[in-house]
Design a protein around this ligand. Structure first.
Ligand SMILES: NC(=O)c1ccc[n+]([C@@H]2O[C@H](COP(=O)([O-])OP(=O)(O)OC[C@H]3O[C@@H](n4cnc5c(N)ncnc54)[C@H](O)[C@@H]3O)[C@@H](O)[C@H]2O)c1
Ligand SMILES: O=C(O)C[C@H](O)C(=O)O
Length: 332
């Protein structure tokens, strides 16, 4: 019996993520959390979902709340609460405002649901994942974010249509920041199991156009339709299924990296991680020299932002210091 809570359920991503998660047979209860004042919307959403589950023939309990106390007993808490960027804004512009929302929430979740896994979605996601990790006091494997998995899916889709192959034939990864300093790993990109650089057509691939397209994808979608919803929602559902199914799939999430990528780490950032019922465990990898340089830059960029944001939070009398770590080690 698995309970998944969506925090920010009245928002664009939260609403669809809740629905996308509901197709997972491991999920037995979905709790929709929203702010006080949003009771009517939450109630209506729960009723609408219940109708749809009945029509689909699935037996999922859907509940709603405006009290974080009800998050107790959740196997997974998906956090999409906070401000999205508008046209012309950078995700990092949201850092302090959203950190002020996430830090107290994470502190409460860490206290009342100490065994849960937190999937962070709120942007800038690498920074928010670090804030949630510090303020929840949970173990690093329990707190991770929808980082460059979505970017990796965007690149996969571009490569598949260029080579006219089914998307499942393409494996690729983008690591680093879910943002401008993201690092595509061509060294880890294969088509039909063959390294992409071993395919003669790779020489003609518009690599820079592809990277630019992935980097600006969120911005373009926001400009055209207001928000990105279905890509992130399905990606969240994949993470939920991978955890609850104890699948041990390797997905690129924003996780706390100690030194798994050429000894570089100390922040939460996009990295390939093995994901199972205990959470996310970064995989030790070796990548090309140019990729190492770009990844190091991305890590330092996130480190500087986190340092600044945590400093601001700790000096804020309404928020204060981060939680002490609850436990030291988890078995992988
Ligand atoms: N990581 C990713 O790949 C990814 C993808 C899409 C969106 N996002 C991010 O997810 C977040 C939500 O995006 P959206 O489009 O759903 O936005 P939205 O404005 O539609 O929804 C935001 C939600 O947050 C809630 N909220 C806002 N302030 C709050 C507060 N102080 N306390 C509690 N709840 C609060 C709102 O009530 C609403 O439910 C944004 O930060 C966005 O940038 C990340
Ligand atoms: O781009 C955004 O602001 C939303 C999200 O991070 C995305 O990439 O879709």
């Amino acid at each position: 019996m698995s309970k998944v809570t969506i925090i920010g359920a009245t928002g664009n991503v939260g609403t669809f993520a809740a629905y996308a998660v509901s197709v997972d047979p491991h999920v037995h209860e979905i709790l929709l959390y929203g702010r006080e004042g949003r009771e009517a919307f939450l109630k209506g959403l729960a009723q609408d979902f219940a109708d749809s589950f009945a029509a689909r023939g699935t037996n999922i309990r859907v509940t709603w709340t405006t009290s974080l106390k009800d998050v107790a007993g959740s196997d997974i808490v998906v956090i999409t609460a906070g401000t999205p960027r508008g046209p012309g804004q950078n995700r990092l512009d949201l850092a302090l405002g959203n950190a002020r929302i996430i830090a107290p929430m994470a502190r409460t979740i860490g206290t009342i649901a100490p065994d849960t896994k937190i999937i962070m979605v709120t942007n800038p996601v690498d920074v928010m994942t670090c804030v949630a990790l510090k303020y929840s006091g949970l173990k690093p494997n329990q707190v991770f974010g929808l980082g460059t998995h979505l970017d990796s899916m965007r690149l996969k889709s571009l490569i598949a249509s260029y080579f006219k192959v089914h998307v499942s034939e393409v494996h690729t990864r983008i690591i680093g920041e879910h943002g401008d300093s993201m690092v595509p790993l061509w060294s880890a990109t294969t088509i039909g199991g063959i390294k992409i650089s071993n395919l003669p057509a790779f020489a003609h691939l518009p690599v820079q156009d592809f990277i630019q397209s992935v980097k600006t994808s969120g911005e373009q979608i926001i400009k055209n339709k207001g928000s990105t919803v279905y890509g992130p929602g399905e990606a969240i559902a994949t993470l939920v299924k991978t955890i609850l199914g104890d699948e041990n799939r390797i997905l690129t999430v924003s996780a706390y990296v100690k030194s798994e990528v050429h000894g570089i780490g100390g922040v939460c950032i996009g990295v390939p991680a093995r994901i199972n019922k205990n959470g996310a465990f970064p995989v030790t990898i070796r990548i090309d020299e140019s990729e190492v340089i770009a990844y190091r830059e991305s890590v330092e960029k996130i480190r500087a932002t986190i340092h600044q944001i945590i400093g601001e939070l700790e000096n804020d009398k309404d928020i204060g210091p981060a939680a002490p770590k609850r436990q030291k080690k988890t078995r992988v």
